[in-house]
Design a protein around this ligand. Structure first.
Ligand code: SAH
Ligand code: F3S
Length: 495
């Protein structure tokens, strides 16, 4: 049986696409290699959102040239956004690459590999499926222990916004939506197989419209509002049709579509947790206009205030770009003041990076690199302080944690075993101490917060939760890491 390995760079969408590639390859008779260096087929699922991410591919291919030389029958596949962006050019530039496949061409992967095995020439396949969009469903989750408590479900792909800095509309194509029946069926299947939490995925996830036209209008939806979508209607249908689902998250929404119908859904649906990741990019109206974000600072603040009023205890996280062309000290000060005003509890910060095919290429990249770096550091100082105060304020409270897996560092808990860890409803990371002997995977447990770490909480089970928990079976399989990378918010990161 030929063996394959997949290396993933970039966002949740890529993590999810890699899961689909695993499915497609396994079904075609490939087996996953334990060590990527041992694989017959190696897939690099790439990211091109910033230049640094694209460089990662180039250095990885450089490293793999030797791997290829050792056994020329090995196949190196480049998938993802750099594949879509560069297409055939990659084959010419880097001879070690045998195949380039775009995000919409994952189902064709086994066929293309078959052609290569028969002596076919290196090939690039990067065609958008605009006519008949395909959404590959997940096969039931398989963590190391057979139970994956969390899963991603794609509801739309592509992006019709034209944020002037962003290459995604070019690499992922126009917006295409998945039929609501398929979405509900996939989530119901996941929940039946043990999934507790689903994260709906899309580039502008809340611009969703049902191509079947099968959703009744959501309460509060205004047909005259150009920003109205059917996202709230979809959330309501999922909540009604899959009552066993414990938590329903989504990423990433666009502030433009945070309409009253979505705010009302948050107020009324218990399945929606009290955390939303809502990219803002900048706090300066001048910069927002030049970024073509299509909202003002005041609109962003008003909408998030309305959401916070509807959801007591809500926490927000965001994405911010520093050093966008023309960003002055005053513009950046406006961003810092917005971070304080909204009180983000998590933040991804990035230095502006010029990307091919983007409207902002027409603007001079005029903020010097060291100024970008200094602004990013100040931004992180601000957000770290907010997060730290927030986590500190939770010490002594009780929280409900969905247990996703066990921490890597063994012995870290003082009991010789790895700690269970998971997320609160607000998405704070929580490590659960003193429960190593219990089986908590996939459980939503009540914990008392005993300490705040830099980016997470340290907690213990409450008496009631301990009494209700199952002991771990001896000799059973270790659950290991969560089967997916968690939505990486409520931390300050980026670069
Ligand atoms: N809508 C997408 C956003 C994709 S890009 C989503 O679902 O997440 C993710 C983040 O990368 C953006 O929010 C933005 O903050 C950042 N980003 C995008 N293009 C960038 C660029 N050219 N330079 C720096 N950061 C960028
Ligand atoms: Fe990119 Fe803006 Fe779409 S950030 S993915 S163009 S909403």
């Amino acid at each position: 049986m030929p063996r394959y390995a997949i290396t993933t760079f970039g966002c949740q969408m890529n993590v999810h696409d890699s899961e689909r590639m695993h499915d497609v390859l396994r079904r075609a008779g490939y087996a996953e290699a334990g060590d990527p260096d041992e694989a017959d087929v190696l897939v690099l699922n790439t990211c091109s959102v910033r230049e640094k991410a694209e460089q990662k591919l180039r250095s990885e291919v450089g490293r793999l040239a030797r791997w290829k030389r050792e056994r020329p029958d090995r196949v190196l596949v480049v998938a993802g956004c750099v594949a879509q962006q560069e297409g055939e050019r990659l084959l010419k530039q880097m001879r070690a690459i045998d195949m380039v496949v775009g995000p919409d061409n994952i189902p064709e992967l086994p066929g293309l590999l078959g052609d290569l095995a028969l002596g076919g020439l290196p090939i690039a396949r990067t065609v958008f499926d605009t006519e008949a969009p395909r959404f590959l469903a997940a096969s039931p989750p398989q963590g190391a222990s057979g139970r994956a408590p969390t899963a991603f479900v794609t509801i739309m792909k592509g992006c019709d916004e034209r944020c002037s800095f962003c290459v995604v509309p070019y690499t992922r194509g126009p917006e295409r939506y998945r039929p609501s029946d398929e979405i509900v069926a996939e989530i119901a299947g996941l929940v039946a197989a043990g999934t507790r939490e689903v994260t709906l995925l899309g580039q502008t996830v809340n611009s969703y419209r049902d191509p079947l036209g099968a959703l009744p209008a959501a309460p509060g939806a205004s047909p005259d509002d150009p920003d109205e979508s059917e996202f709230a209607a979809l959330l309501r249908r999922i909540a009604a049709d899959v009552p066993g689902l414990a938590r329903l998250r989504y990423t990433s929404p666009h502030p433009r579509h945070l309409t009253p119908s979505l705010i009302l859904a948050h107020a009324e649906l218990a399945v929606l947790p009290r955390h939303v990741h809502l990219p803002v990019q900048s706090g300066s109206d001048r910069v927002l206009r030049r970024m073509i974000r299509r909202y003002t600072r005041a609109e962003y603040v008003a909408r998030t205030r309305a959401l916070a009023a509807a959801v007591p205890g809500l926490s927000l996280s965001t994405d911010i770009i520093v050093g966008f062309p023309g960003e002055t000290e005053d513009d950046f000060a406006a961003t810092l003041s917005l971070v304080r005003e909204v009180g983000f509890k998590g933040l991804f910060g990035f230095k502006y990076s010029r990307r091919p095919h983007t409207p902002a290429l027409r603007l001079a990249d005029d903020v010097p690199e060291d100024v970008k770096g200094a602004r990013l550091s100040r931004l992180f100082e601000e957000s770290e302080a907010l997060l730290s105060a927030h986590l500190q304020g939770l010490v002594g409270t009780t929280q409900e944690v969905l247990v996703e897996g066990r921490d890597k560092e063994r012995g870290h808990g003082g009991h010789g075993g790895a700690l269970w860890s998971g997320r609160t409803g607000r998405h704070e990371i929580a490590h659960v101490e003193g429960a190593e002997e219990l089986d908590l995977l996939g459980e939503i447990v009540e914990v008392a917060v005993v300490r705040a770490n830099k980016h997470s909480l340290q907690a213990e089970l409450t008496e009631a939760a301990r009494a209700a928990a199952r002991p771990r079976q001896r000799g059973g399989e270790e659950p290991g890491r969560p089967a997916r990378r968690a939505l990486p918010v409520l931390s300050a990161e980026g670069g």
